[in-house]
Design a binder for this molecule. Structure first.
Ligand code: NAD
Length: 244
């Protein structure tokens, strides 16, 4: 395959971390295709990216709808995929209903698997690909009230490791980025209250991250020269996962 692959698909690109990853990677010269359920927000993000001559694009899609994922993503020939879309809830595990649990597993785990499953065959044909799964510190160091979320992120870390082994023979690398706490819509309610103040004290750097503190890491993960890193889980968490 002689054609230089240059397209990165980012799920959950309409806001938060995903929108920022899109900006950073567009600035690095990649064509971005953003995916989200919210067409209006997504379109705005895509239209404001740097390097518009690369024809950045967006696809309105709920990643839990496997039929739609197949129809809308099957044709894509990607350089990279960032499985970033995710949801959270705050409940004790034994108070989660079957519906709550199915919903969070469906987005955070099944949704990521749905998207990977459909783009991997072309990556195999190209003998090239970079998959980044956005996990979380909570995937290996849980806290109360986020047990369901933590379980989905632990599973995503395991998926990352399993797929890194399965896909290595095709020159496809699979890594996970595990951020600590960054104030976005997913956790605003939790972090802006007293729970947030308690949490901050546990973080060795004594503050939450800003979204832009992930910029050098996402650039490095998708860098063309980053060819030997696979199966890694990169923590960017102000020391949270290292401290007691
Ligand atoms: P956010 O709520 O701001 O953004 C989530 C994005 O995912 C949105 O664009 C939303 O539309 C999209 N999304 C949700 N469900 C979807 C679905 N079914 N189909 C398609 N798109 C869907 O949250 P964020 O903080 O930007 O989180 C992004 C990722 O980073 C998540 O996977 C989250 O678990 C992870 N993460 C966030 C933090 C943090 O502190 N913010 C820390 C660790 C990990």
């Amino acid at each position: 395959m002689n054609k230089i692959l240059n397209t990165i698909l980012i799920t959950g690109a309409s806001r938060g971390l995903g929108a920022n990853f899109a900006k950073v990677l567009a600035n690095d010269g990649f064509k971005i295709i953003g995916v989200s359920r919210n067409k209006n927000e997504l379109e705005k993000v895509i239209n404001s990216l740097p390097n518009q001559t690369l024809n950045h694009d967006f696809i309105e899609l709920d990643i839990t709808n496997d039929q739609d994922v197949q129809t809308k993503l099957k044709h894509l020939n990607l350089y990279g995929l960032i499985n970033n879309a995710g949801i959270a809830n705050t409940k004790l595990l034994h108070e989660e209903t079957n519906y709550d649990l199915s919903k969070i597993i469906d987005v955070n785990l099944m949704g990521s698997l749905n998207v990977s499953r459909i783009v991997i065959p072309n990556m195999i044909k190209n003998q090239n690909g970079k998959i980044i799964n956005i996990a979380s510190t909570l995937g290996y160091r849980p806290l109360p009230f986020v047990g369901a979320y933590s379980a989905t992120k632990a599973a995503l870390i395991q998926v990352t490791k399993s797929q890194s082994i399965e896909l290595a023979r095709y020159n496809i690398t699979v890594n996970a980025l595990a951020p600590g706490y960054i104030l976005t819509d997913i956790n605003r309610e939790q972090l802006e209250g007293t729970a947030g103040d308690i949490l901050k004290k546990k973080i060795p750097l004594k503050r939450f991250a800003s979204v832009s503190e992930l910029n050098p890491i996402i650039s490095m993960l998708l860098n063309r020269d980053n060819t030997y890193m696979t199966g890694a889980v990169i923590a960017v968490d102000g020391g949270l996962s290292t401290s007691l």
